[in-house]
Design a protein around this ligand. Structure first.
Ligand code: NDP
Length: 450
């Protein structure tokens, strides 16, 4: 079928230099081949060309003043990719590496992820090349206010509901919300990940990490195993990594690593979760400070494997949770993981494994949960926050956690059943892409050419 090649060629021409987006698009399109053989009507409706094209892309200038009184300028983005299933939904990322291509790949992945949750949410994403590290609270606030001063006119509780992502946590969501309220005069559920004091959902902060662990549990259960007693490798030290580690402890596993952009901590008796929270949620400092309390742990500075790969994936373990960023796990890393005994990989981050690494996992028939399935617990719980906001209710933790578990089990079931339907039963990448795509494409066809 020439459509994969033709579509990617057309994207390279019309949207140059968006490598991560081509990577995400290629994976989805390749996985859809067997579906189109079986259901060619999707091609007749030209769904492929329509689905890779965002409904709307907004780019804007963000000007703000730093503590020294100097005017700073950043780029702001919001991509409203697909609204076939509901209002656009997806996080905001503040990181210096952000480009329009980063936001586009994240928005594209978000379409299928949101479809898999079974909830009425379309796909969107946004962010800025702003670097929050090293900035004072006052600077963060002024940046967030400037960012929202443009974004507010494009979002709303039934049109587009952003949330957090890398560099955007409770503090930033608070500043963004305050500015939205000031500009519109409305107190409404326009952002998720809000503080519990003023409209947030209990369990949202934890949901992505907890969900990635539930997904791993579902994958292991299908193979007659559990997480109990398993040694787990976690990368990242932010929101997703921290709550992955927390849930792993609750289920009797031993998380022995975490990492940030400067290095990896390997603590064989298990990561000190309270210390990790203090270093990253309160003090916002490098992981190197972990050694002050635990000199017996190992610190592996980033760049130990400069030619290809990352120290965190060279440690022995049973289950891996990449929870930092895209393409953080290379083919060489995948080989090292498989060689070291890892049999299950559940992605907390978005597209953390390169295409070649994914091929290795699939060839080895490892239990591999791609990000768009395994980390969907975050956006699913964001939708639960929207439901609570619109009905003016506040649900208890048990209700949110029970729903999260059900949603993750349901996503796993859909991926596994779809993989089975297309005769590739261990391939959850195929299952996730086809199951997510079918929902969105069917809705697009039913809603006509818009
Ligand atoms: P945070 O900003 O809270 O944490 C990100 C962590 O990853 C930090 O420890 C950061 O280190 C590390 N990191 C970032 N970039 C790199 C890099 N290039 N190399 C090594 N380490 C890096 O973000 P989140 O935990 O929210 O997000 C992590 C991943 O999970 C992202 O892929 C995100 O898209 C995905 N995700 C997040 C969801 C959420 O609800 N928050 C939902 C679904 C997916 P440092 O502090 O040194 O920068």
């Amino acid at each position: 079928m020439p459509y994969v090649h033709d579509t990617l060629e057309a994207l390279r021409k019309s949207s140059p230099a968006q490598t991560e987006f081509y990577q995400a698009a290629e994976e989805v399109l390749e996985c859809l081949r067997p579906l189109f053989e079986h259901s060619p009507h999707y091609l007749d409706h030209n769904i492929i060309e329509r689905i890779v094209e965002p409904e709307r892309q907004i780019m804007f200038r963000v000007c703000w003043t730093d503590d020294a009184g100097k005017v700073q300028v950043n780029k702001g983005y919001r991509i409203q990719f697909n609204s076939a299933l509901g209002p656009y939904k997806g996080g905001l990322r503040f990181h210096p590496s952000v480009t329009s291509g980063t936001i586009k790949f994240l928005g594209f992945e978000q379409i299928f992820k949101n479809a898999l949750t079974g909830l009425p949410i379309g796909g969107g994403k946004g962010g800025s090349d702003f670097e929050p590290k090293g900035r004072s609270d006052g600077e963060i606030m002024r940046f967030c206010q400037a960012f929202m001063s443009e974004l507010y006119r494009h979002i709303g509780p039934t049109t587009d509901v952003p949330a957090g992502d890398i560099g955007v946590g409770a503090r930033e969501i608070g500043f963004l919300y305050g500015q939205y309220k000031r500009l519109t005069g409305r107190y409404e559920g326009v952002l998720t990940g809000k503080s519990l004091n003023w409209g947030g959902s209990i369990g949202r902060k934890e949901a992505t990490g907890y969900g990635a662990v539930y997904f791993a549990e579902n994958m292991l259960e299908a193979r007659g195993e559990t997480l109990e007693g398993k040694t787990c490798l976690v990368s990242g030290a932010g929101n997703v990594a921290i709550y992955t580690i927390e849930k792993l402890y609750e289920l009797g596993a031993i998380p022995v690593t975490c990492s940030d952009s400067r290095g990896t901590i390997h603590h064989a008796r298990g990561i000190d979760l309270d210390l990790l929270k203090e270093l990253k949620e309160v003090k916002r400092v490098s992981l190197e400070a972990y050694l002050e309390k635990h000199p017996e742990a190992r610190y592996l500075p980033a760049g130990d494997y400069p030619e290809d790969g990352h120290a965190v994936w060279r440690i022995e373990g049973d289950v891996a949770f990449p929870c930092a960023t895209q393409n953080e796990l290379t083919e060489t890393d995948a080989e090292a993981l498989l060689g070291n005994g890892v049999t299950c990989i559940s992605e907390g981050a978005n597209m953390p494994s390169t295409a070649a690494a994914v091929d290795r996992f699939l060839a080895a028939k490892a239990a591999y949960g791609p990000g768009k399935a395994a980390n969907a617990g975050g956006v699913a719980t964001s939708q639960l926050e929207m439901a609570q906001n619109s009905s003016m209710e506040k649900w208890p933790l048990e209700k949110v956690d029970t729903k999260l578990k059900e949603i993750m089990a349901n996503i796993h079931r859909q991926c596994a059943e779809t993989a089975e339907e297309f005769d590739d039963p261990t391939n959850l990448v195929l299952g996730a892409n086809i199951a997510g795509f079918r929902k969105v494409a069917d809705a697009m066809i039913e809603q006509g050419v818009v």
